[in-house]
Design a protein around this ligand. Structure first.
Ligand code: 13P
Length: 246
C-alpha cells in the first residue's frame, strides 16, 4: 500500500474543501485506487468540518501536530490528541521539522506519539537532517537518534515514518534516487531492529511534485509521499499520483 499525504501547513479556509473534493473525485475514478491511500492534514480550524465531510469517503483527515499532554489541561493554545480524535480525525503528524525548529524535543515528541496512539490516531512521524548535518556527513547519525530516542516497539502498528530532509523542504532541491534509496534502506534497517519485525511504511517528503516524483518512483523502497506546496492545488496533487503510476 502506498500513501499520498498532503500537508497544508498554515493554509486553508472552509472553502478550500473544494480542493479535496476534486481529489476525492479523481480517486473514486482512478483505476489504480486500490494501490494507495490519500490523507490530508489541514490546520486545526478545519479538522471537524473536513472530517465530517469525508467520513465515509476515501480521503482521511489528520492534524499537523498535537500537544504533549492527554485530554484537557490549562495550556493556552494547545490541542490534545484526545480533542483531535473527538472531532473525527484519524491521523496526526508528529515531529515535523517546522515544529522541531520551534523547540519540540525528543522527549516531547515521545509523549506526543504516545498520547496520539493511546487516542487511536495513527502517527506520521517526521524525521530528517538539516543542511549543515548533511554537509558534515551526519545524516545517518541524526536519523538514528531521531528514531531511537522516540519510537518504541509498542508503537509499531500505528506508525508511518516520513523522511523529510530539511534542506529539501520548499527548496526544489531533491536527493538523487541512489541517495534516497540508501537512506530509506538505512531507515528501514533501524526500524527493523527497533520493532523486531517487518518495518512500518517509510515515505518521503521534500519538494515532491509531478516532475520530481518521476525520479522518486525509481526507489521501490519508498512507500509514499508527504507533500507540502503541491498539495494546495488539486491539479498538482493529482499529477503526482498520475505520474507515479504512469
Ligand atoms: P514541500 O513539498 O513544499 O517541499 O514541503 C514538504 C513538507 O514539509 C511536507 O510536510
Amino acid at each position: 500500500m502506498k500513501y499520498f499525504i498532503g500537508n497544508w501547513k498554515m493554509f486553508g479556509s472552509p472553502k478550500s474543501i473544494n480542493i479535496l473534493k476534486k481529489i476525492n473525485l479523481f480517486y473514486t475514478r482512478d483505476k489504480n485506487r486500490k494501490k494507495y491511500r490519500i490523507i490530508f492534514t489541514p490546520p486545526y480550524t478545519l479538522l471537524q468540518n473536513y472530517s465530517n465531510y469525508f467520513k465515509n469517503k476515501k480521503i482521511s483527515i489528520g492534524s499537523q501536530n498535537c500537544y504533549q499532554k492527554d485530554k484537557f489541561s490549562s495550556n493556552t493554545g494547545a490541542i490534545s490528541s484526545y480533542m483531535i480524535k473527538s472531532v473525527g480525525a484519524k491521523y496526526t503528524l508528529v515531529g515535523h521539522s517546522d515544529n522541531r525548529i520551534e523547540g519540540d524535543t525528543d522527549l516531547m515528541l515521545k509523549k506526543k506519539v504516545s498520547y496520539a496512539i493511546k487516542n487511536n490516531l495513527r502517527v506520521v512521524f517526521c524525521i530528517g537532517e538539516n543542511k549543515t548535518e548533511k554537509k558534515n556527513k551526519k545524516t545517518f547519525q541524526v536519523l538514528k537518534k531521531q528514531l531511537t530516542n522516540v519510537l518504541e516497539k509498542k508503537f509499531y502498528n500505528n506508525i508511518i515514518v516520513a523522511y523529510e530532509p530539511v534542506w529539501s523542504i520548499g527548496t526544489g532541491e531533491i536527493p538523487s534516487s541512489q541517495n534516497l534509496k540508501e537512506t530509506t534502506i538505512y531507515i528501514k534497517n533501524i526500524l527493523k531492529n527497533l520493532f523486531r519485525s517487518k518495518t512500518p511504511p517509510v515515505i518521503y517528503g521534500g519538494s515532491v511534485d509531478g516532475l520530481s516524483v518521476q525520479s522518486f518512483k525509481e526507489v521501490k523502497e519508498i512507500d509514499g509521499f508527504l507533500v507540502g506546496g503541491a498539495s494546495k492545488s488539486s491539479k498538482k496533487f493529482i499529477d503526482i499520483i498520475k505520474n507515479y503510476y504512469r
